[in-house]
Design a binder for this molecule. Structure first.
Ligand code: ADP
Length: 351
């Protein structure tokens, strides 16, 4: 039951007047008129007093609510939290309810603003990345049309360059598509018991020619015949492909790229190590962001889309895992990630 300040004051004042009358009637030499007058006076006085006090308390709380609303408008939420109390007073409770509701809404607004900023930045990045190969190919084709076509050597050279730019464009669009499909959940992970060793061997085979061109020794070291993990074959192939591809890209000629494994009781860790240029420590936390490159011009020139590690991050998140990086500038980098180990094959020499 909820009482207004006036009803509450009235009830209390009547009680006080009744108590006063009862008390006075116990005294011998007090007339009935005197009791009546005293009761009326005590009723009026207590009614006024209680009413004013209650109104004052209500005003104070309402005032607090107004002050809080003012701060909310000015977005001084952190200051408001200090004034929070665990009072039972219903007005203070309302105050706190408004506060938590406003905090929640403010958080949502901040999150949406962040997403909006992120979206704008992403569109700007994508446009920039698309522009680069399109402009390059366009330039070569126009130069050819403007007369360079007549020279056979120039023609072949320019056509090759235009084709390379368009291949880069194709790679970028494919990576963008993969990333967006993973993010929107369009690509569902297909978990199964897979042989990680076989998977790595297939990836290495695909990179043999590229590694040979740079005289890079690309190898897998393992004591096992099989390394069984519970994962999505196609997605983990993409992870290893991106990591090995980067290792070869960022390792100078005659370097080494090695895949090794560490089989624990429950998890298998895969390491992709290179003897490349390494990554300065201040960049390590950012290389998994889309289009983040340590050396902007050189990385682009080496043919990467700038999305390889962002894709790796998303796929590993889908496996409840994440990539770790250890790197020393000038000596090389080691990228690693864990996957859950499953029952090993009998031919396996694992512990
Ligand atoms: P990119 O297509 O540019 O290679 P990634 O997302 O695959 O894009 O990598 C992001 C950046 O991280 C690269 O541009 C490069 O600067 C750095 N990076 C990735 N792998 C290596 C590596 N093995 N050694 C040195 N730097 C690396």
């Amino acid at each position: 039951m909820v009482y207004s300040a006036r009803t509450l004051a009235l009830l209390l004042a009547i009680s006080i007047a009744v108590v006063t009358a009862l008390f006075l009637s116990l005294l011998e030499d007090v007339s009935r008129d005197a009791i009546l007058v005293a009761s009326l006076i005590s009723f009026s006085a207590s009614y006024l007093l209680i009413y004013v006090i209650l109104e004052f308390l209500i005003f104070r709380e309402i005032n607090k609510i107004y002050k809080m609303m003012e701060k909310l408008r000015k977005k001084e939420l952190s200051n408001i939290s200090k004034e929070k109390s665990s009072a039972l007073n219903p007005l203070e409770k309302i105050n706190e309810e408004i506060y938590s509701f406003a905090t929640l809404k403010q958080k949502e607004i901040d999150e949406l603003k962040k997403l909006e900023a992120f979206r704008k930045e992403f569109i700007a990045d994508v446009s920039h990345e698309l522009k680069t190969p399109i402009f390059a190919a366009q330039g070569f084709v126009h130069t050819l049309l403007d007369g360079a076509m007549n020279d056979k050597n120039v023609r072949t050279k320019f056509l090759k360059k235009a084709a390379k730019s368009l291949d880069g464009l194709d790679m970028l669009v494919q990576d963008l598509l993969t990333l967006s499909q993973i993010e929107t959940g369009e690509i569902k992970m297909k978990f199964e018991h897979i042989d990680l060793l076989k998977l790595c061997e297939e990836v290495v085979e695909q990179f043999e020619e590229k590694a040979e061109k740079k005289h890079i020794r690309l190898k897998i070291l393992s004591d096992h015949n099989k390394i069984m993990v519970y994962a999505d074959w196609q997605r983990i192939t993409q992870v290893i492909t991106n990591l090995v591809g980067n290792a070869i890209n960022y390792t100078p000629d005659k370097g080494e790229v090695t895949i090794t494994f560490d089989s624990g009781k429950k998890m298998v860790t895969t390491y992709i190590s290179d003897t490349g240029e390494g990554i300065p420590p201040q960049h390590i936390s950012r290389i998994f962001e889309r289009f983040y490159r340590v050396d902007k011009s050189r990385s682009r020139e080496k043919g990467g889309t700038g999305l390889g590690l962002a894709i790796v991050k998303h796929i590993l998140e889908g496996h409840k895992s994440k990539a770790e990086v250890k790197s020393t500038v000038g000596s090389g980098s080691v990228f690693s990630f864990k996957l859950p180990r499953t029952k090993q094959d009998s031919s396996d020499s694992a512990d």
